[in-house]
Every structure is written in structure tokens, then in C-alpha cells.
Design a protein around this ligand. Sequence first.
Ligand code: HSE
Length: 409
Amino acid sequence: MKKIAVLGYGVVGSGVVELFYRNQKKIEINTGERLEIGYILDLREFPGDPYADKVVHDIQVILDDQEVGYVAECMGGTNPAFDFCRCCLEAGKSVATSNKQLVAEKGDILLQTAKENHVNFFFEASVGGAIPIIRPLHTCLAANDISAVAGILNGTTNFILQKMFDENMRFAPALELAQKLGYAERDPSADIDGGDACRKICILASLVFGKHVYPDQIYTKGIRDITLEDVQLAQRFGGAVKLIGIVKRLEDGRVLSSVMPMVVMQDSLLSHVNGVFNAVMVWGDGVDKTMFYGRGAGKLPTASAVLGDIIDEVKQKDTVLSQSWESAEEDTSFLATIDDFKAPRCYRTSPCGKGIFAKIATEIGVELIGAAENGCMISECNQKIAEAFKRCLAQEGAEILSRIPVMID
Ligand code: HSE
């Protein structure tokens, strides 16, 4: 019999224990191993909990037990999660984590440690909760040259933006509702300022392009400044504002990653991803375009991904090399900057004649895709042209109230 240790008995950790016991027989048949939750590590006591007898407070107990072969890390944060995971890997135990911060900041080190110790460090739950995306990227899609990955990676912001779109709610009450329903934290900044989506796109970028992309290397803009008027203008042009994480390879081979609000046109599948759901699109030269969709957070959806990793680890006898990437702390030459970003743009302005937009578009050499009395949409352009358009608008006396890129998929 092999034991599983669960680190952290919060929402996800307790979900792992619950789902394991619900489906233990099936999991054992699937893996061909007898399995048991051996320990639950947490600082707290859980009197009355059916698994209270498994709770320990010292990681050493888990490290010393040779029967523990697998560890589900559900603590969050990097301290002490990083040290605990590293010690477990060094002790020959495979680790599965739901911790996006840990993988985005320290994934390269932990993957290397796993390799040196012939075990696995898996992290399917760290991006998109229940959505299978990490494993498909390096198994089912392994025959492809993947050129881009993009998607809605944060459910809270997607919920808020949908409330603004569907019910004409302003940002503040929509955020309040998200907090009331338990989607957004009391301090909602990780979601609404884009940090959560940034960590997820770091993980996808690192896996797809093979070098670690760190959170501080990604241009990140959240939805805090998106107004109801921005959402309504996008709607008028046939689009919806969504928080989009993207990573793509440019023609010169460099990789450009960003997280920002974008207008997604209604003919894109992404525009129909509503509420707290997430979706990830992948472009490959064999598959063309695929989309993965599902619940991006929550107790059992996230636990499902963690246990899926544990099941795979039980079956894998050595490190899976395709689920890895290199460190790249000193080599940033493979990364493009936001100055290299090209997209159509949606400008919201103070009321001015539609003719002004057409005149400036002609002068600047872009196509006018749509025009209203308080804004316009122009065809794909780089940052320099987008700035020039803005300057010309200002010269014509229009106040620029917002500029949101438009996603083309
Ligand atoms: N807070 C995240 C979201 C879930 O709203 O999608 C955890 O990453």
C-alpha cells in the first residue's frame, strides 16, 4: 500500500481528501495500487472532522515515512510550500500541486529537483482548475508546433465583466456581488489587478516555449479601470470586454506574453465564456485551433485536477520529461516586450463627430472598423501607431477616456 500526504487542509486540500474517499475504489482500479491518505499537514486542529486522526503539524513525519509516495500540495503561497515540496521531492516523493504562485515563481527549480530524484512534480490544477490543459499541451498536442495560447484564466474578473455586460452593473457593485458570492476575496487585488491570471500565463508560457517566464516579466493590467461605458462601447461594436492572458511566438521567434482587458468579438468562442468559467485556446500547426473549457476554481474541480496528477504519478515510474522547462533567470533575450504588441484598438473618447475618427484613420493609415459618437475601433496596429492615433485625437480636441486592444483569434 502507498500513502498520499495532503499539505494544507483548506478548501482544495479538504476537496482532495473528500474526492479521494468518494472514488477510492475506482482510483485503485485505475492505478492498480492500494492507496490511502496517510497524513494531512496543517497548523490547525480539526476536532470532529472525520479525518482528524490523520492531521499532523510537522512535515518531518511525512518525510520520514517511506510509505508516503505522493504528496498533494494545497497550501498556497511559496513559503513554506517551496521548501516542503523540495524536501518531499528530495525524499523521493512525487508532488502534485494546485499552487500557481509556487509554479510560476519556482517551477523551474522544483522540476529540476524532481528530475534529479526520478520523481514527478505535476501542476495540472495550477491553471484553469478542473480544465485539463497542462497535460494536453505536452501529450495530446505534443506533435504540434504550438504558436500561441490565450484565454480567460480568471473566473472572478469574468464574472464581474459579464455582470457589467449583461446587467449594466458598474464595476464596484459587480465586485461587491462577486465578494458576496465568495468568488472574490475581501482583498480582491490578485484577481482584479491581473496577478492571478499572470501566474497562470507564466506557467503556460514556460511549458509551451520551454523556458521559465517569471511573473515580473509579463505585462499585466487588470480590470480595475474598466468602466460600464467601456463595456457598452465594446458591445456596440459587437464585442465584450474580457481579461485575456496571451502568450504567442512572434515572427522573429521571440515570445510575447501579456495579461490585459481586451475586446473579444462575438464570433469568437471566448466571448461566450461566461460567469466564473475559464477557457484556454491553443494554436498548433497540426490542430489549427482548439479550446479547453471548464470550471477554473472551486473545491472539487481543483481537487479533481490534483488527484488526476496523483493518479498519473502512481502510474509513472520515472520523471515525465515533457512536463518541464529550463530556468531562464539570466537569459531574457527570448522575450519580446509590450512595445512589440500588435492589435486592433477600441478608443473611448469624449463625444465628437464620427468624421474625425475617419479623417485620423486615413491620415495614420489604419482602417476604421467602427465609429460611434463617443469612440471608435481601428484595425490592427502596433503601439507606435496606436499612440499616434491617440495624439491626433487629442489634437482634434477629443479627450481619450480609454484604449482597449481587440483580440483577433
Ligand atoms: N481566484 C481565481 C479565479 C481562482 O477567480 O479564477 C484561483 O486561481
